[in-house]
Design a protein around this ligand. Sequence first.
Ligand code: NAD
Length: 285
Amino acid sequence: MPGRLQHKSALITGAGSGIGLESSILFAQEGANVLLVDVNIANAEKAAALVQERFPNIKAIPYKADVSKEAEVEAAVATAVKEFGRLDVMFNNAGIMHPEDDNALNTEERIWDLTMNINLKGVWFGCKHAIKAMRENPTDAAKGLQTGGSIINTASFVAIMGAATPQLAYTASKGAVLAMTRELAMVHAREGIRLNSLCPGPLKTPLLMDFLNTDEKKQRRLVHLPMGRFGEAVELANAALFRKPATSITSTQLTSDKHHTVASSESSYITGTDFKVDGGLSSAY
Ligand code: NAD
């Protein structure tokens, strides 16, 4: 059976770890050529080697870029177009959670700016340059390829819920990602460019495990998780691809037994929305 992303290409930021790494593997498995962007080039290279070894028929290219630098994002998009001939999927996923991010009184301006620059401005730059590229995508009816594309932005459950363990800059940056994604989706809908956000719950990835750096902090978070466990990065990759939901995903928006995919054309009528993949957290009291 041909993959859902056959003949397509994807650029994934934060591809060296966690959600980005698992998505790189899954998108490649579905047939996409992938540009694996990360500020940590050693991890991007490891990820690309792993993907290439498992899926020798696709191209997996590591690429060093800091998403908070517009010129670097623009060059990354240009590289994907040059290498693959087109850009169908842009996954703006890179993000940070700074250990000094705190409440309104304690968060320093430099932490606020750093967080906003990566988590919010980085997503804007990614959207901006992906939109330009997707408008130019060549059509090829025989291969089912069209102009336009799909942009997926990683937000967080804290974009829609207040976190009792404060991370003000992070929370504000993720809320803004949701708002920006909705507006861009409206503006570009008639160009065949769809934009959606993912709202992951707490995951067992370095980003959160480094932040919750003691057993006590982890336990405090686990108490609030209906499933009693942190999510796995691959459960978010499944949602980014949007193949048939895994049983562990309880968001009502994902309980349909149809195959929805945000990254592929199977989600052709889905834009301007956000998908909670949070183990039920946002429905908990
Ligand atoms: P991770 O730390 O495993 O991976 C993040 C990757 O982003 C790393 O490889 C890192 O090098 C890269 N990165 C960081 N800053 C960058 C920059 N300026 N430019 C390019 N790459 C950069 O984390 P993850 O859990 O996979 O997080 C991915 C996304 O999911 C982030 O946006 C994060 O905010 C979001 N998220 C995570 C959780 C969670 O619990 N882990 C929950 C909600 C949302």
